[in-house]
Design a protein around this ligand. Structure first.
Ligand SMILES: Nc1ncnc2c1ncn2[C@@H]1O[C@H](COP(=O)(O)OP(=O)(O)O)[C@@H](O)[C@H]1O
Ligand SMILES: [Mg+2]
Length: 313
């Protein structure tokens, strides 16, 4: 049984399906990546899963099972007690997610207090321990500094420390390294990977970058226009992508076996607008393998691994 299992998720705004029938699993202790270009619906999928959709959005349909409970049916109170305790989330902008006016250690300590784990001085010293655990050097000094005095990478480590105070089973990391430079990105991914294997933490890693997927994920779901178009193990998908969109995403990766000056491949065309509610494949207008069927005929994602495509590679 997966730890998190999303089935048939539909999220709409003004009657338009922004998320259109998404199935997504995260296995216990595994790192599952959700990858796709900006605007494909990754964040909305995660926000729907933890009951944090903004007011203008509607969860039309969907079963969201966490630890064998359908959490889509929980009350707001039950859901908010689940958040932070069992499922935590970190975001793209570590510096912006912290309060600029409060010392970083005080903010980690506040998370401990909110979850009733420790309070006062004990919370602060536990915060320092956690900061050390996530690789912040000189945590006693750092804990007393304001966010702007720390680098982006250190702030993201502090956010991870805050997210882990209650020892959640699942961490949702939404573009956790997008705002960081490449070296720091690799260090944060390394940390997530260590935490996953040492604590048995499951991670839903959201990213637009196949390079990030390659670095630490076990399996990957590829999202396009509010739907999952392909899924499989990272090994299989990198070795043999079946969906033309997955292949295009892989071609955007820089490769060491190509000369440096060659320009990076970019995907032509743009992500479909939410107004594109075609019943056929939403990648159709950008696809060079499209056949007539692709235009209007719905294509389903196979039950286990594979691609939702009439003309797979
Ligand atoms: N609150 C909202 N109201 C209306 N449309 C939204 C809202 N949030 C996101 N969207 C739209 O839903 C689509 C998916 O958004 P999002 O999940 O944020 O994409 P991603 O995280 O993959 O970049 C986009 O077209 C976006 O403009
Ligand atoms: Mg997003």
């Amino acid at each position: 049984m997966p730890l998190l299992s999303i089935k048939g998720l539909i999220v709409a705004a003004d009657g338009l399906h922004l998320i259109d029938g998404v199935d997504l699993d995260v296995e216990g202790g595994k790192i599952s990546a959700l990858v796709g270009e900006s605007g494909s619906g990754k964040s909305l999928t995660a926000l729907a899963a933890i009951g944090l959709l903004s007011n203008n959005l509607e969860l039309i349909k969907g079963r969201i099972e966490f630890d064998n409970v359908n959490i889509a049916e929980l009350s707001e109170r039950e859901m908010s007690s689940l958040r932070g305790r069992q499922i935590s989330m970190i975001f793209q902008e570590p510096v912006g997610s912290l309060n600029p006016l409060a010392p970083v250690g005080v903010q980690v300590a506040e998370s401990l207090e909110v979850h009733g784990i420790a309070s006062g001085k004990r919370a602060f010293s536990k915060a320092i321990e956690l900061m050390e655990r996530v690789g912040i050097p000189q945590p006693e000094i750092r804990a007393k500094q304001l966010p702007y005095e720390l680098s982006g990478g250190m702030c993201q480590r502090a956010m991870i420390a805050s997210a882990l105070v209650a020892e959640p089973k699942l961490l949702i990391a939404d573009e956790p390294t997008t705002a960081l430079d490449v070296t720091v990105q690799a260090q944060i991914l390394q940390l997530l990977s260590e935490l996953s294997s040492e604590l048995g933490l499951s991670v839903l890693l959201i990213t637009h970058d196949m390079g990030v997927v390659a670095e630490i994920a076990d399996d990957v779901s590829v999202m396009y226009g509010g739907r999952i178009v392909e899924r499989g193990s990272v090994e299989n998908i990198f070795a043999l992508p079946h969906h033309p969109y997955t292949q295009m995403l892989l071609q955007t990766l820089p490769r060491i076996d190509r000369p440096r000056k060659e320009e990076l491949f970019t995907i032509s065309g743009s992500v479909p607008s939410p107004g594109d509610q075609r019943s056929g494949c939403r990648f159709f207008p950008r696809c060079d393998r499209a056949i007539d069927d692709c235009k209007e005929r719905p294509v389903l994602l196979p039950g286990v691994d594979g691609a939702a495509c009439f003309s797979p590679l």
